[in-house]
Design a protein around this ligand. Structure first.
Ligand SMILES: NC(=O)c1ccc[n+]([C@@H]2O[C@H](COP(=O)([O-])OP(=O)(O)OC[C@H]3O[C@@H](n4cnc5c(N)ncnc54)[C@H](O)[C@@H]3O)[C@@H](O)[C@H]2O)c1
Length: 448
């Protein structure tokens, strides 16, 4: 079990509306997820659309007993930053402004984008910290130069400080929406803050750009979330640095599309003790993310993230008759004509009473970035909340949003979407000092 020093929640600050502007920093600002989020939020703030999919904007939370009929909106229950108080900055290896990048991403329609064109054109990415060694299928020229990785981290820190000063920003959250980097295992350089900083100065190959951004964010006291499957902040050195600097962190890999469906369906099958022989998942997608994932090194990072989900939900060690021998395969196929409009197929071979076989087929025609944008918004607002509440380190209660949730040492990640949701809502109740909801309910029937 992890041994942690005692922490206390700063509840005083949670009874007041947050003041001032919230700076949102996005590495990968020109990508499909980021532009759909930024343009979407501009549109929502102008009343052009609704924040469908966002728990912070549309979700409610039950307080007290069912008979009390108290289910306020989450954003009325706990003070969150207003979406109109958000100011954006970010980095990308391509210099296009947010309007041009949104058009290129091809997710939101031109008619929508044209209504917010002027504000989007003002949002331009800064030069990125990037190396093709970590994302083989991308090449861009809008990139910072530096003597070594520490020098590049210092340049990012300068960018952040300037952004804060120029825009009179009160608090900042950084969210990685950059491409999936190659698969890297944690090594000695990631073990301690000292070894990591030495590695930065010596240009260690196991320090990827996303780790340099995470380091810069934490050094600046900014909360950091990771929307991609690459390690980024999920290494001991950066977790320790986050604790030391009182910064909340969360990751990895936004849970959208096929994996979202998996973590909705698998807990249902398991809860009814339905067995599994195999789960074959395949996708076609044609956006830039698909192109990056066409490289086996980046795909390996994504594959690890997608594969881990079922094992943790089905717990074969506890249910050997049902789940000890299933075959699980995930394929992602780059298919340019499809753009961001991904199509996913799942074939699930299950078995029931006396081992009789059955099949489930899912054909999900989803829009990845449409599902990801509300997650980005929620993570920004909840990470800001965690920061205001003095919750440093890994925010496991935000597992709800991730395919590979970060957890403390010695803990296994919780993948079941419904347990994740209960954890999230109970954390909000806990922050506001309300009773947690166990769903026991025997007291309604006369039991003490
Ligand atoms: N629903 C989803 O779309 C979804 C779900 C889960 C995870 N993700 C992950 O989120 C990330 C973004 O997805 P996307 O569809 O927007 O991809 P995208 O390719 O459209 O955007 C990624 C952007 O990151 C930029 N970039 C790459 N390396 C960078 C660096 N070092 N610094 C700054 N910018 C950099 C690229 O130029 C690109 O503009 C990917 O890692 C993807 O795997 C997306």
């Amino acid at each position: 079990m992890p041994t942690k020093t005692k922490k206390t929640i700063n509840r005083a600050d949670l009874n007041k509306k947050p003041k001032g502007k919230l700076g949102v920093l996005i590495p990968g600002m020109g990508g499909a997820v980021s532009t759909t989020f930024i343009a979407g939020l501009e549109a929502i703030n102008k009343g052009i659309g609704k924040p469908i999919g966002s728990l912070t904007q549309m979700g409610t939370i039950r307080i007290g007993k069912r008979t009390e009929k108290k289910s306020p909106l989450i954003k009325d229950f706990i003070p969150l930053a207003k979406t109109t108080d958000i100011v954006f900055a970010g980095w990308d290896i391509f210099p296009e402004n947010c309007y041009d990048a949104s058009l290129k991403a091809g997710v939101l329609k031109k008619e929508t984008l044209d209504q917010i064109k002027t504000s989007l054109q003002k949002i331009k990415p800064l030069k990125a910290v990037f190396s093709q060694d970590y994302v083989k299928n991308l090449d861009g020229k809008h990139v910072k130069k530096g003597k070594n990785k520490m020098d590049l981290a210092e340049k990012l820190i300068k960018d952040i400080e300037k952004f804060k000063k120029d825009n009179k920003i009160e608090r900042i959250v950084m969210l990685w929406c950059g491409s999936t980097e190659i698969f890297i295992r944690p090594t000695r350089v990631h073990e301690t803050i000292t070894s990591f900083e030495k590695g930065l100065r010596e240009n260690h190959k196991d320090i990827a750009p996303s780790m340099i951004y995470a380091y810069a964010a934490i050094k600046c006291g900014a909360a950091y979330g990771n929307g991609a499957p690459n390690l980024s902040v999920d290494v001991p050195a950066l977790i320790d640095l986050a604790e030391q600097n009182n910064v909340p962190i969360a990751g990895k890999d936004f849970k959208t599309g096929q994996t979202l469906m998996k973590t909705i369906l698998a807990p249902g099958l398991k809860s009814r003790m339905i067995g599994l022989n195999g789960w074959f998942s395949t996708n076609i997608l044609g956006n830039r993310d698909g192109e990056v994932l066409d490289d086996p090194h980046s795909f390996k990072t994504k594959e690890e993230s997608k594969l881990s989900v079922l094992e943790h939900i089905f717990q074969p060690e506890l249910n050997p008759d049902l789940y000890s021998d299933y075959y699980h395969k995930v394929r992602i196929n780059y298919y340019p004509p499809r753009g961001d409009e991904k199509e996913a197929w799942d074939n699930i071979d299950i078995f029931g009473w006396l081992n009789y076989p059955m099949q489930i087929k899912i054909n999900f025609l989803c829009r990845d970035s449409i599902l990801a944008a509300p997650i980005v918004l929620d993570l920004v607002l909840f990470l800001d909340l965690a920061q205001r509440a003095g919750m440093s380190g890994i925010q496991e209660w935000l597992s709800f949003y991730f395919k590979s949730p970060m957890v403390g040492e010695g803990l296994y990640p919780e993948h079941d979407l419904f347990i994740q949701q209960m954890k999230l809502k109970n954390t909000l109740r806990y922050l506001k000092d309300e009773d947690l909801i166990t769903h026991l309910g025997l007291d309604y029937y006369g039991f003490e």
